[in-house]
Design a protein around this ligand. Structure first.
Ligand code: T46
Length: 132
């Protein structure tokens, strides 16, 4: 499956680093929501759903985690451990996030407001939705 990663500008100097993400410029959509996952306990798997319309960019701004993507035909595992790189996760993609390191913070930029009806949380229903 095709994995789309985005590289963000890094402005580093003797004080440290700063990275920038601008909507419709560094990522392909307008940002309508930002949320972040943190303090994730060991052995926990988050996600386990797909979205019907939502597009997102996942950036592990601190620490690391793994993301498994499944398009119904193939799966890929991506390690996120760099605050200058964002993983695009679009529609029709089952996602699981796991192996969060201590102190990991996963920032998510989303193309839409929170809407529970946009989620497919049952794997069989996801597989059926892909066939349509
Ligand atoms: C996704 C992955 C990467 C809200 O009330 N508003 C929000 O914007 C979000 C994202 C969640 N919530 C509530 C819904 C649940 O009661 O927060 C609770 C935890 O959400 P959820 O179990 O969906 O969290 P994850 O980590 O499994 O999934 C999240 C996003 O929901 C999802 O869209 O793609 O991160």
């Amino acid at each position: 499956m095709k994995i789309q990663m985005y590289d963000f500008q890094q402005h580093g100097d003797e004080r440290g680093h700063l990275s920038v993400i601008e909507q419709n410029k560094d990522i392909p959509f307008k940002i309508r929501r930002v949320y972040y996952l943190y303090d994730t306990k060991q052995g926990i798997v988050r996600g386990m759903h797909s979205h019907k319309e939502l597009e997102q960019i996942l950036v592990c701004v601190s620490g690391s985690c793994k993301v498994k993507l499944d398009d119904g035909r193939e799966t890929s595992v991506i390690v996120l451990d760099d605050p200058t790189k964002g993983l695009y996760v679009g529609v029709d993609t089952w996602r699981e996030m796991y192996e969060f390191s201590d102190g990991a913070v996963l920032l998510v930029l989303a193309s839409n407001l929170y809407d529970e009806t946009d989620y497919i949380r049952d794997y069989d229903a996801f597989k059926k939705s892909i066939k349509k």
